[in-house]
Ligand binder design. Structure first.
Ligand SMILES: Nc1ncnc2c1ncn2[C@@H]1O[C@H](COP(=O)(O)OP(=O)(O)OP(=O)(O)O)[C@@H](O)[C@H]1O
Ligand SMILES: [Mg+2]
Length: 716
């Protein structure tokens, strides 16, 4: 009987137009003379690497329909059904059957595997499909090394809700009697591991074998009270066998006829597990765990796994649409990725990964989510965890994607990672690579990056605040962007760029936190700073202050809030020359008297009062040691309700500008109209506290302001 070439059947299943119900006799089938098939070649053949046929397309199409009815090694043409059958008959038992006891330790372990090893029952499907995939891989390896043609390599699942069965069949290597006895009779004995050991580092095949522990098969007893395994070695003339067990202590082994090359496993489901006889349920499980298995997977005759494991491919071979499709699958989302990083490496660890940054801006809910990353962990294309929180630092949780690494230590159930230095290493390598990627992107397209930073910057700030290691904080800090006093509004700059512009010898990176550029530029602190002629970064976001406080330094330069710098200058007793003519300011005697009066009037609301030459347009400013931290502390604690309480904690200094009209007027009024002078002083003090961001509730001063306004307007 002629064998049908792979491509035709493949096409038949996926392309309904090939399913013509024409009759096509085996004799007339063009498959016997495979060469060129114009219709198929033109349509899809080229991209799938199909066989080419010489006969007329019509004939061939009908043949395709015919062969849909059969599949697997030893495929036979004949008057078969025109739809794709899924699994083949099981074969009948011949000869005597022998009963075997599981080895003592296997019996005990079987119980553990069936009851408590796996967190979810559904993973038995993943385990059996993975075994099928390994069997196919072994057959492929064997035939290729013998230089033989490959037969159909595929896996079929069939649900039968009437009988309450789920059947999984592969056209793989199959098992001999001895292999059935030892591989399925002894737990923790992995024929696949032995196969790998035999291969000894033949990387190509070894990276594709999934089995390693020798327990996966027994997960079938979580859901089945009887499991039948029909298997026949994929070598001409090999006998078929049937292995059968209820998982309680013994299994039976007998020779069977009519068994197909490969392995077929029939699970007779427990009553409470009948859900796995439902096609929809099984499809969901396959799509979740085994969507990227390298071999075609069919469920009740329909192909399920159509997506490719992109992360295993060469980046240049992947089209945009493939990324979009894959992103939507992995992120369960309908937007598109704005950034894509496909990262493959073999040193220091084996990593195959793809990361996506979603187009959609994260909601507050996403930001505050306590969960870790949304990156899925695969091992050799099989899903291990949908959300592998361990493999990326928490601040990178906005990324979607996949990490696959042969080096990741999995525990027996595969679903748990063993926290180890290796996982930490993986996390570090990925973090470093991602930061590097974002820096590259910011150079490539600054505008696009600015949008990304606006949408996702909060995560970076969180990373800097929460991560303990200074080097890592500084790495993440390379991603921060701010406006700067030396650049036009709207243009952003990085800390690294700031550092590169610093004059030789300067050691501080200055920043000022304010709600927007206007307020920053008109702040008394910025005014005081201007005299130094240093570049100042303007930080507008709520958490910038906290972030920079935590960062403390960058590239050996100190991060210095301009407010703090003013205080530090005092300590250093740095002298700023008064640049105004003396007659524009109060005389030193007047100033001293005024200070004494103010001290008395303000009482415990200030720790010190002094004259500053650093202000022009502002009458006064408040300085506090570590202003940012103080502000943050006040906000968090909601303590200190009154100005006196606040002052006790902050120990503020009030610095006054004796050249300012308000201060000069105050000096006159304190003698002539003490009541008005007190009101004016209170207002100047409150204004300075507001400018310092230390007064969050200006309501109490409204009455005073009204009184002041009334006085101003008295004469009008
Ligand atoms: N469909 C199959 N075809 C051929 N051999 C199989 C098949 N299923 C299981 N085996 C053999 O039985 C062995 C045990 O399978 P089992 O799933 O318990 O362990 P494993 O796949 O080796 O490791 P893991 O626990 O990681 O899955 C396999 O190593 C393999 O040799
Ligand atoms: Mg297995």
């Amino acid at each position: 009987m002629p064998q049908c070439p792979q491509g035709v059947r493949e096409l038949g299943r996926n392309h309904p137009w090939l399913r013509f119900p024409n009759s096509c006799s085996a004799e007339a089938c063009c498959c016997q003379a495979p060469r060129k098939h114009p219709a198929i070649d033109r349509q899809i053949g080229a991209e799938r690497g199909l066989w080419r046929h010489s006969d007329q397309s019509k004939k061939h199409l009908s043949c395709a329909a015919l062969v849909l009815g059969t599949w697997g090694g030893g495929l036979v043409h004949g008057p078969a059904a025109a739809t794709a059958a899924s699994t083949r008959p099981s074969g009948s038992l011949t000869g005597s059957s022998s009963t075997h006891e599981f080895q003592a330790e296997t019996r005990k372990l079987l119980d553990i595997v069936a009851r408590s090893l796996y967190s979810e029952k559904e993973v038995f499907i993943r385990e059996l499909i993975s075994n099928g995939s390994d069997a196919l891989e072994k057959l492929r390896h064997k035939l290729m090394s013998e230089g033989k043609d490959l037969p159909e390599l595929e896996i079929h699942l069939e649900t039968d809700s009437k009988k309450g069965t789920l059947t999984i069949q592969d056209t793989g290597i199959g098992m001999t009697r001895e292999e059935l006895l030892s591989n399925l009779g002894t737990i923790a004995r992995s024929g696949s591991k032995a196969f790998l050991d035999m291969l000894q580092n033949q990387a190509e095949a070894s990276s594709k074998i999934i089995g390693q522990f020798g327990v996966g098969f027994y997960s079938s007893f979580m859901v089945a009270d009887r499991v039948e395994v029909f298997s026949q070695l994929a070598a001409p003339g090999s006998p078929g066998y049937c292995w059968c067990s209820d998982g309680s202590g013994t299994f039976e082994l007998s020779e069977a006829s009519g068994v197909q090359a490969g392995t077929k496993i029939v699970l007779h489901l427990k009553k409470e597990c009948m859900e796995f006889a439902s096609e929809d349920r099984v499809r969901d499980v396959i799509t979740k765990y085994s969507n990227f298995i390298s071999f075609p997977l069919y469920l009740n005759g329909q192909r399920v796994n159509t997506l490719q494991a992109l992360w295993m491919m060469e980046p240049k071979d992947i089209g945009d649409w493939q990324h979009k499709e894959f992103y939507r699958f992995i992120a369960q989302s309908y937007d598109e990725p704005r950034y894509i990083l496909h990262y493959k490496t073999d040193a220091p660890l084996n990593i195959r990964s793809i990361f996506y940054v979603p187009e959609m801006k994260p909601s507050m809910f996403d930001v505050s989510r306590e969960l870790g990353s949304s990156v899925a962990l695969y091992s050799r294309k099989v899903l291990i965890l949908t959300k592998a929180t361990e493999i990326l630092p928490k601040w990178l949780r906005f990324l979607k994607g996949v990490v696959d690494s042969e080096d990741i230590p999995l525990n027996l159930s595969r679903e748990l990672l063993q926290e180890s230095t290796l996982i930490r290493k993986l996390r570090d390598v990925l973090q470093q690579r991602l930061i590097k990627f974002f820096i590259e992107q910011s150079k490539k397209d600054p505008e696009k990056y600015a949008k990304f930073f606006e949408d996702f910057g909060l995560f970076m700030r969180e990373g800097i605040v929460t991560i303990a290691e200074q080097e890592v904080k500084e790495e993440i800090a390379k991603l921060l962007r701010y406006e700067s006093s030396t650049l036009p509004p709207g243009q952003l700059t990085s800390l690294s760029e700031y550092a590169s512009r610093m004059p030789a010898g300067s050691r501080n990176i200055y920043y000022l936190c304010a709600p927007n550029r206007h307020l920053a530029e008109h702040s008394p602190y910025y005014e005081a700073m201007k005299k130094k002629d240093a570049e100042v970064l303007f930080c507008y976001e709520q958490f910038d202050e906290l972030t920079l406080l935590h960062l403390r330094q960058f590239d050996k330069k100190k991060l210095m809030s301009v407010e703090t710098d003013i205080v530090v200058d005092h300590y250093k007793e740095e002298k700023f020359e008064e640049h105004r003519p003396a007659e524009e300011c109060l005389s030193s005697q007047d100033a001293e008297d005024l200070l004494a009066w103010m001290r008395n009037a303000l009482g415990s609301r200030v720790a010190t009062i002094k004259v500053t030459p650093r202000l022009d347009v502002h009458p006064a400013m408040i300085t506090v040691l570590e202003m940012g931290a103080a502000r943050h502390f006040l906000r968090m604690q909601q303590l200190a309700k009154t100005s006196e309480e606040r002052a006790q904690m902050l120990q503020p200094t009030l610095e006054i500008n004796t050249g300012h009209v308000l201060i000069k007027k105050l000096n006159q009024l304190r003698l002539k109209q003490p009541e008005l002078a007190h009101m004016l002083l209170d207002q100047i003090y409150d204004n300075a506290m507001i400018a310092a961001g230390l007064n969050d509730d200006p309501r109490p001063m409204v009455n005073r302001l009204n009184d002041l306004l009334a006085k101003v307007l008295e004469k009008h």
